[in-house]
Write a protein that binds this ligand. Structure first.
Ligand code: GLN
Length: 466
């Protein structure tokens, strides 16, 4: 699909549409939608911003490419003055005091936020059912889950309620819902976009990224949000990626895929067959394809969940009803903390906090937490070796199609295992893009650290090849 941002920009500049009309229509769609994508609407501020854009256009002033473009924000981002609930009971009345860096950059460019979007609470989940706002329904088949945790964001983009949305990806939360709803979703290299102002889940793999309908929109948004931020010491300076540089596939000569992903018992037969058919088409274009060895899926999933649970237990310890959260008073301070947290955290969040504190506790941390850290290093080293041999790693996004709503809630372990193809790239801190092609839940294109350009280039090639 062509760039939606450029198309709408053209319509605004040529006065085919007004920004107020554009924004009002999308707000109406969001309000009426039955997919449960909305936690709160930003109606008033959006309409004020739209009127300003219209005034500029009628005064024949120039507007920037993103000016007046309506977008959505996963409800884990601080946006000053807006409800920022993380889809949780604990923060359902919390309003952010400041704005996340990535969002501020979009606001500075003139984009207009319409909605704080439904998701699994605190990013805990793969289906967007773990939320106080009701399960988010899949954009293509509303009996199925939307994926998660950025499910509301993916569905809003897929349905055209927002032009793009900003999700968060710790272990797959942008890429997997993008795959389930047939759109593009990018998890950039860890640190390329500042994490300042995204509610921390697992700080060592948390990434900010865009969901959109075209590669060009992903490129535009990545360029705007990237950059070193003094408020996030893990962020770094990066080069802009030009449209020309990603237009042709030159430079991508050899790709690889993980043999054990495709031979896994968990993989659906159609996804496997479709993936292998894509490999044949790529070979037919003269690109060399290499089978690679990788860690077993259960090692990847246990390493990721050990670290993610440890980090979330630590990050969420601040939510005790004192500075943040709905406080429930009890007979003393300790009981107040206990009741506030046990009444206001979901079952899934409690499972992670308890699990995380367990792996961090004396007597367990050497055998479990430190072992997971060592494995994370080995996974990164293995990727470094891979990228000496190949330019791109191609993989499916998920082993199976989206489940029916209600199914994954009964079996948390099965849900964790369904993340087997996404979490490894998170642990490796690599740039990975879901493209809505190849299999029913899309394909993931991954390159070496900081090499988003290569990822987008290969995405353009695949768009024309399969
Ligand atoms: N499904 C994974 C988890 O629950 C990933 C979630 C995410 O990326 N926020 O941890």
């Amino acid at each position: 699909m062509e760039s939606q941002i450029k198309k709408i920009h053209q319509q605004l500049v040529s006065k085919q549409i007004t920004c107020t009309d554009l924004v009002q229509k999308r707000l109406n769609l969001l309000k009426q939608n039955t997919h449960n994508t909305v936690n709160s609407l930003l109606t008033e501020t959006a309409l004020v911003a739209a009127a300003k854009v219209d005034e500029k256009i009628s005064n024949e002033e120039e507007i920037g490419l993103l000016e007046g473009i309506p977008f959505g924000i996963k409800d884990v981002y601080m946006v000053q003055g807006t409800y920022t609930t993380a889809s949780s009971d604990l923060l359902k009345n919390y309003k952010a005091a400041y704005t996340a860096t990535a969002i501020q950059k979009l606001l500075d460019a003139g984009a207009i936020p319409l909605v704080k979007e439904n998701c699994d609470c605190f990013g805990h989940g793969s289906s967007s059912e773990n939320t106080i706002f009701g399960a988010v329904k899949n954009a293509i088949d509303d009996t199925l889950v939307s994926g998660g945790s950025s499910g509301g964001s993916a569905v809003n983009v897929a349905k055209g309620y927002t032009v793009f949305s900003i999700g968060g990806d710790t272990g797959g939360s942008i890429r997997q819902p993008a795959g389930y709803n047939n759109i593009y979703g990018l998890k950039p290299t860890y640190g390329r976009i500042s994490r300042f102002g995204i509610m921390a889940y697992a700080s060592s793999t948390d990434c900010v990224g865009p969901l959109a309908k075209s590669i060009e929109d992903i490129r535009i948004l990545l360029n705007i949000m990237s950059g070193k931020d003094i408020k996030d010491q893990t962020s770094y300076t990066s080069q802009e990626i030009s449209r020309e540089n990603i237009a042709c596939v030159e430079g991508v000569k050899k790709i690889g895929y993980f043999k054990n992903f495709i031979e896994s018992e968990a993989i659906d037969v159609t996804i496997k067959a479709d993936f292998l058919a894509v490999i044949e088409k790529i070979k037919a274009k003269g690109i060399e394809v290499k089978e690679l060895d990788f860690f077993k899926s259960d090692t990847l999933v246990s390493t990721y969940y050990t670290l993610a649970m440890a980090e979330t237990a630590s990050n969420l310890s601040r939510l005790d009803g004192t500075n943040y959260g709905n406080r429930i008073e009890d007979k003393n301070l300790k009981e107040t903390y206990a009741v506030t947290r046990s009444e206001n955290f979901s079952k899934e969040t409690k499972r992670r906090v308890v699990g995380g504190n367990q792996v961090l506790s004396q007597g367990f941390s050497d055998a479990i937490y430190l072992k997971a850290l060592a494995l994370k290093d080995q996974i990164s080293e293995s990727f470094e070796k891979n990228f000496k041999e190949v330019d791109i790693i191609l993989s499916p996004v998920t082993p199976a199609p989206p489940p029916v709503i209600g199914e994954s809630l009964n079996d948390p372990l099965a849900m964790y295992l369904s993340d087997e193809y996404t979490v490894g790239f998170s642990l490796g801190q690599l740039p990975t893009l879901t493209v809505p092609q190849g299999t029913v839940t899309g394909l993931q294109i991954t390159a070496a650290k900081k090499n988003e350009e290569q990822v987008l280039k290969f995405a353009n090639f695949l768009k024309d090849t399969i």
